[in-house]
Structures are given as C-alpha cells and as structure tokens.
Design a protein around this ligand. Sequence first.
Ligand code: FES
Length: 158
Amino acid sequence: MPLSPESQKRIDREVAKYPPAGKQSAVIAALAIAQDQYGWVSTPVIEEVASYLDLPPIAVQEVATFYNMFDVKPVGRFKISVCTNLPCALSGGECAGDYLKGKLGVEFGQTSSDGRVTLIEGECMGACGDAPVMLVNNKRMCSFMSQAKIDALLDELK
Ligand code: FES
C-alpha cells in the first residue's frame, strides 16, 4: 500500500519538525496522513508507514491501536464520534447518540448500509460545556448538537 507522492510530501514536512535522529516522532502525524489517503490504516498501510519512518511495524501498530482516531478496520466515508462520557451524557449526549442510531439504522461501531457514515461512541473531547458534542472524521468538532443540527449535519454529509 504505497504512500502517494502527496502523502510523502506531507509526512516529510512533519518529519522536518524533529531533529534528524528523531523522525520516528512523526509517527502520529504520518498515520493520520496515511489514513487521509486510504480512509483507514490496514496492516499493509501500517507497514508502509513503518518502513517510511524506519520503525518496526509493531511500534506503528501500537500507536495505531492506542489512539481512537485511527481506524484499523474499514469505516464509512464519514465517521461521527459522539461523546457519551458522563458530563455529556447528562447534557443530552446519550440522547443525541440514540437519535443518530435511529436515523442511520446502526448501533455504535457500525456503518450505515449505504457505507456513508460510521457511528462511534467517543470519549471526552474537552468540550464538555458544549454538549452534545460530535467529531466528524476526527477533525471537525460539532457543538450543541440538537436534533435539528444533527439532521442538517447528515444532510450535509452526502
Ligand atoms: S464529557 Fe463530552 S466533551 Fe467532555
């Protein structure tokens, strides 16, 4: 699973932020870039990142399986993580998750039948006062997600 020239260029920019002997420190950024390219990080992708950074594959695998922003199995085109930790759960997070489950016809950890959205039960995103909160594709934070805002979000993620 080769890294595209664009991915390599992006990883090189991350590697340049560290001393020459420390290029392995870019492993999280490199995995995120590889995931942007492939949608998820399969074992061959992990091996490619390891090779690019001169790391043993197991070291990259450990990082990929530790952080929940990395997907080690296929996901939909969009991934919505809903925070259901206690502060959010008490402020509508669980209801928002249930609403999304109903709209998408899935449980947490599943992908809608059209392959469009994977729904994830997320951990605290550091925005407890904005509940219900959701993160789209690990990058876009959505706050105060009422049912109307969830409907609008799903309409947008086509
Ligand atoms: S508990 Fe949900 S963002 Fe902190």
